[in-house]
Design a protein around this ligand. Sequence first.
Ligand code: ADP
Length: 301
Amino acid sequence: MKIAILSRNASLYSTRRLKEAGEQRGHTMQVIDYLRCYMNITSHHPQLMFQGKLMDDFDAVIPRIGASKTFYGTAVVRQFEMMGVFPTNESQGISRSRDKLRCLQLLARKGIGLPVTGFAHSTKDIEGLLDVVGGAPLVIKLLEGTQGIGVVLAETKQAATSVIEAFRGLDANILVQEFIKEAGGMDIRCFVVGDKVIASMKRQGAPGEFRSNIHRGGSAAKVKLTPEERSTATRAAKAMGLYVAGVDILRSNHGPVVMEVNSSPGLEGIESATEVDVAGKIIEFIEKHATYGKTRDRAQH
Ligand code: ADP
């Protein structure tokens, strides 16, 4: 097969591993910087060009779209879809996953466990918003944040009110969430490929830190999931329309709750914590499922 990896940087661990895993299995792999692609949007004959060459003979595409380049990146993935190329994640699924609120709304609709979450536009309604999530302590999140930046724990009602006012004063969109104290600064990354969790690790925040992000000094280790956690993760990926996803869950008193579903989950942390050949599993998935014109999103038919 000929497989494209959409990535801005061929030397990133995840990109290198996917290329290597594909080549090991006898495929032709090409890393394409999606920001350097240009397109011809013509009826019946959509085309995609990269470095002056027509990209018209791929069987599958693995999108690794950076959060800040979602708009153009998803347009390139969509162009591949229009050309009938099988993507490991469709453009719509990627767009959905980039909006935390949209993500939670879709998961809620499917009855998937979530922390109690509130959202409001106006600071006039703070009181009501705090009641929605059961009062302090609570977690306030910037919708645009990643790697734990913009995730704040407010221990008291006064603290919560000032943080919300400050964020809203900057015109930032936020959501307010029940604080899952019993998680003890630990979250679980479930790596879903197709309809299975193929690897899972727990991440523990540095001492005194409620955020488990590795970027914030957390550490990772292999973890065994309960059947309920497994099904929560696979259902979450499915609800988002993603074949390849990193589903982050917390262990709460009311069962597993989903924090976030990531459509370009990194391979380095999970492969080193679990010793699972995650890149190989993604290539295997492509071998089984890549067929010309196979895309689930209704808008694309
Ligand atoms: P980001 O996308 O920036 O990583 P997250 O929403 O995943 O933001 O939050 C970062 C970390 O903070 C999580 O991995 C988790 O450890 C912790 N956290 C987030 N929300 C809650 C919550 N409601 N209760 C307890 N811990 C939380």
